[in-house]
Design a protein around this ligand. Structure first.
Ligand code: TIU
Length: 221
């Protein structure tokens, strides 16, 4: 059995026994005031619509019994996995590891790295803490995909042009067929979201596919 989604630039087909939902970095640090996203000077309220769309995808995949994987951008408390180049860049008021209103920024176990309640993982769903923007670098994400027999990834999360795009590109290079759900991802910069969606699906799906949420839900209904 397989699903066919009316996607762009052309139809996306995925098998029921090889498709997973991947939700990237839906953590409080990026979507709530006082977190890492806000410390970089961003309007974090811009990302909220993606949470609702990701929730719809979660409900659909859970109802079908399809695998769900979540990532968080989260460093070890000793920051041994945070290169100085990442921590020291720019002049933000709070850096990775500094104490803010939601705990130490981008540190595992702190309030800021909790996934938002709407998309909170259920027991049995895989949760990957990643020190980079992409989900494969310095994680066992790839091992989990192999364990689950995944070949196709339906993707949502934040932010579109940073962690989502890095992960899509890494997955594409490893041979995964990826579909990014348009309403299920957001950027602090609308023009970057628009450009990312276009560059993913350009040149005959050079990185992957994109599709409207309604078309994805219809295919899995
Ligand atoms: N700053 C920004 O847009 N994003 C990140 O730093 N991480 C993720 O995208 N998760």
């Amino acid at each position: 059995m397989s699903f066919e989604i009316d996607a762009r630039s052309f139809a996306y087909r995925c098998p029921a026994d090889g498709t997973a939902l991947l939700l990237i970095d839906l953590q409080r640090d990026f979507v709530e005031p006082g977190g890492f996203g806000a410390s970089l000077g961003n309007d974090v309220s811009r990302l909220r619509p993606a949470i609702k769309a990701c929730r719809r995808l979660l409900e659909t995949f859970r109802a079908l019994g399809l695998p769900v994987l979540h990532t968080r951008e989260a460093h070890r408390p000793d920051l041994a996995d945070c290169p100085p180049a990442k921590r020291l860049r720019g002049e933000p008021p709070l850096r990775i590891g500094d104490a803010g209103p939601m705990g130490h920024l981008l540190v595992a176990g702190e309030t800021g790295t909790e996934i938002v309640p709407e998309c909170r993982p259920l027991p049995g769903e895989t949760v990957i803490d990643k020190p980079g923007k992409g989900a494969f670098y310095a994680t066992d994400f790839g091992t989990h995909l192999e364990r689950l027999g995944i070949t196709h990834l339906v993707v949502g999360g934040v932010t579109t042009e940073v962690c989502v795009q890095s992960t899509l590109r890494e997955a594409n290079d490893r041979g995964y067929e990826c579909l990014l759900v348009e309403e299920a991802t957001e950027s602090y910069f609308p023009e970057f979201k628009r450009a990312t969606l276009e560059m993913v699906r350009a040149q005959g799906a050079i990185v992957g596919w994109t599709a409207a949420l309604a078309d994805v839900l219809r295919a899995f209904a």
